[in-house]
Design a protein around this ligand. Structure first.
Ligand SMILES: [Zn+2]
Ligand SMILES: [Zn+2]
Length: 420
């Protein structure tokens, strides 16, 4: 069966998250979005893990479901997931790396958590901060279960990522040493997409996955993974580990320009630079004369050994989408959080059964019948990549325009490489 999976989210116990991020509401919102498999997030946090133990029960294959839903048809499945932050010094440089952890059982989570409890504070934040290395983290994860997985999170963001310009590494090997063979995947993050990652031949053996990193329910599934396989922990992690193109159909991507760290610059100084402009300016902000925040595109440019546009033969395809709320906001000429947009979002997703059916599956005629010609036209334009984006930089999200251009835009061109 086709499975849409979002494996990186946070609970209400992580900093700056919505109080609605609890398992009951997450299961409900997964249905609205059309997500079949959702990460629990934050299994390292004692209170969230207590609710996982209390509310979920095994679905028999390394995945879990809400107790009251598990007997029903097609309940939302959960995978035991967490994200942790490692801040440490390596070869004389401060490193700050976020990693995702996938676990096959409650028992393996208990093992990890008791190791984490001895080595740091797991109570103060759903995404705990540890002082030991990412390599030591990987040891703990594999010690708890050889079937557990560690995936470097949002691999390119300037702060807190394995390839980040501020405190990352230049390669997986530099970070994980002789354990690098146990790293099978990285998360591309909102500001980069597979096409950018394909420019590094060192990542050819790595599977690129995409998740929402949602801090509130409405952001679930803004990036996701689409598999054709059984709802089974071992099968899904097997597909990821083997980069099985026949069962990993595609990733759902943000337009990377829309991400907060696509371009370079200084938000406070009003400076936005493309990678070329950053080079020309000697990486200096002309306003405050400090180094600009070097975003994902520049960093990819720095580490890439292939030209733009290169696609490896065995690459997993990607489909770029814009969240339905953003499309509706533009069509209705009002804000994403306005009553008008929210009312129409609710109506469309309840009639169509889910947001992903609208964004990915429904034929244009059916969309027109459901949402009217303008909204249907906008969705078709998003599917074909016929939109413009003003790139995000230094923590500010980029801006999407489906109809007409925005000032200082870059045309995205057709980006549905591969299948579409
Ligand atoms: Zn993170
Ligand atoms: Zn500045």
């Amino acid at each position: 069966m086709r499975i849409i999976a979002d494996l990186h989210i946070h609970s209400k116990y992580s900093r700056a998250t919505s109080k609605d991020m609890n398992l009951d509401l997450l299961a409900l919102w997964a249905k609205v979005k059309g997500i079949d498999l959702l990460g629990t997030g934050d299994f390292t946090h004692p209170a969230h893990f207590a609710s996982i133990e209390e509310k979920l029960e095994p679905a028999g294959n390394g995945l879990y479901a809400l107790k009251e839903q598990s007997q029903k048809n097609n309940p939302t499945r959960f995978m035991l997931t967490a994200e942790v932050s490692n801040i440490y010094t390596c070869n004389g440089k401060t490193r700050k790396i976020h990693s995702l952890i996938f676990a096959p059982s409650l028992a393996s989570v208990r093992k990890m958590n008791s190791a984490f409890m001895r080595l740091g504070n797991i109570r103060s934040d759903g995404r705990p901060i540890f002082g030991f290395s990412a390599q030591d983290l990987l040891k703990i994860v594999l010690d708890a279960s050889p079937d557990a997985m560690l995936v470097p999170a949002h691999a390119w963001t300037p702060w807190f990522s394995i390839f980040g310009s501020k405190s990352g590494f230049d390669s997986i090997e530099e970070c994980f040493g002789d354990l690098s063979g146990h790293i099978h995947a990285i998360e591309t993050g909102l500001s980069s997409d597979p096409r950018m990652n394909w420019r590094l031949s060192s990542l050819d053996r790595i599977t690129l996955i995409s998740n929402s990193d949602a801090h509130s329910p409405s952001k679930l599934g803004r990036e996701a993974n689409v598999f054709e396989c059984a709802l089974d922990y071992h099968e899904i992690t097997g597909v990821i580990k083997s980069k099985d193109r026949s069962r990993f159909l595609y990733t759902v991507e943000f337009y990377p320009e829309e991400g907060k760290y696509h371009y370079d610059g200084h938000r406070g100084c009003g400076i936005v630079f493309s990678p070329q402009e950053t080079l020309k300016a000697g990486r200096k902000c002309p306003v405050c004369l400090k180094e600009v925040t070097v975003g994902v595109m520049s960093r990819v440019e720095e580490l890439a050994d292939r030209p733009e546009g290169f696609a490896p033969a065995d690459a997993i395809p990607a489909r770029h989408l814009v969240p339905l709320e953003e499309i509706l906001a533009e069509v209705l000429g009002t804000g994403v959080n306005s009553v008008k947009v929210q009312r129409e979002y609710k109506r469309l997703t309840s009639v169509a059964r889910s947001e992903f059916r609208i964004l990915l599956d429904m034929a244009e005629d059916d969309l027109t019948g459901l949402a009217g010609a303008t909204t249907a036209g906008a969705i078709m334009k998003v599917r074909s990549g016929d939109i413009t984006v003003k790139p995000g930089f230094d923590g500010e999200f980029g801006k999407i325009k489906v109809f007409g251009g925005v000032e200082e835009t870059v045309p995205t061109g057709p980006v549905q490489i591969g299948l579409f």
